[in-house]
Ligand binder design. Sequence first.
Ligand code: CMC
Length: 392
Amino acid sequence: TGYVTYDPGFMNTAQCESKITFIDGNEGVLLYRGYPIDQLAKNSSFLEVAYLLIHGELPTESERDGFIERVNRHTLVHEDFRTFMGTFPRTSHPMAVMSSAVSALATFYPESLDPFDEDTVELATVLLLAKARTITSYLHRRRVGEPLLYPDYSRGYVEDFLRMTFAVPYEQYDANPILVEALDKLLILHADHEQNCSASVVRITGSAHANLYASVSAGISALSGPLHGGANEAVLKMLTAIRDSDDDVKTFIKRVKAKEEGVRLMGFGHRVYKNYDPRAAIVKGRAHAVLSTLGIDDPLLEIAMELEEIALSDDYFAERRLYPNVDFYTGIIYKAMGFEPAMFTPLFALGRMPGWIAQWREMMRDPKSKIGRPRQIYTGATTRDYVDIGER
Ligand code: CMC
């Protein structure tokens, strides 16, 4: 079987060549298809960025409008699909429901499963982006016991998402444009991040020629973990626990440094960024803007800023090059928008859809792709004879 490289956590293993996203972790640089993240966050919109990631180029006006129109047209879900989502206990974690719902799309749209037919893959792409928005809004509605709202095709992707999530049926609802803009930017910032844990899972699942929904559903499951997307929810829990405890911020940092069991500074550190995560800087600015626009004075933002300030001037964090990552400030914004913490990671997943789709499509088209099948270093027992139950 030849020579095997041992690389736990794939710290030094490239599993593919990719043209989608570039990260320079030392310099804090993030590019989608060559475009700097801050330029995209400033000038673009989520569906335009989705098009860019998936198709490789910024769309012309007619390409963009056609894409938006196709996504809009598919936002309604089948009534049986709504019923299916309604069968999960109301208290279920929405990430578990979300991965099940995305996996179930394969049963409702069997005509969109062929991974090698270009038109079919484009259909699955549009269906997934469209249904993901409806699924995410319904995750929230189910938790609060409110009915699914049907999409309004005349509104933008993010604007209508907020309406479907928060509107009361039959009442006029217009989302605050500041919130629409902030959420649009947050989705852009989450749209791809090269070979992170969930993207790798999507690729490996797809490498067995599993369909797009199955592959993305696997990615959603990976994202639910607190070391990955689940960190945004974990950050808010951490900030709330600090607020409600007798400990001050300095004491909490001491506990982190002492490596007390289960105590980490959530929202800090990254496998690739050894510098300020460029997304975190943009999110931090937005958090201030959104809270001040809404007139919200959230003590959690103060705690977060104090944690950041202390951590950034502390040797423990400096030596390990730990900086705030994208998840550090997002929860504060989502909370101000009216989302409860369990919804934070589904929002990350909604934003990450274009990235997962782009990674899956690139892999499917790459003639060098092979089924993902790592090796192992076996450390178990050598051959031994079966022992009868009475003799063990
Ligand atoms: N708080 C305290 N210490 C930390 C932290 C942290 N958040 N992150 C890393 N360290 C320490 C770690 O204990 C280790 O110290 P030592 O060398 O003394 O053993 C050192 O820094 C290196 O850490 P690591 O765990 O080997 O690094 P990794 O590349 O395997 O892990 C990480 C990266 C993101 C999982 C980790 O930094 C972490 O758990 N962060 C908190 C969770 C989090 O915010 N995750 C979101 C990641 S970004 C977006 C996303 O993927 O969702």
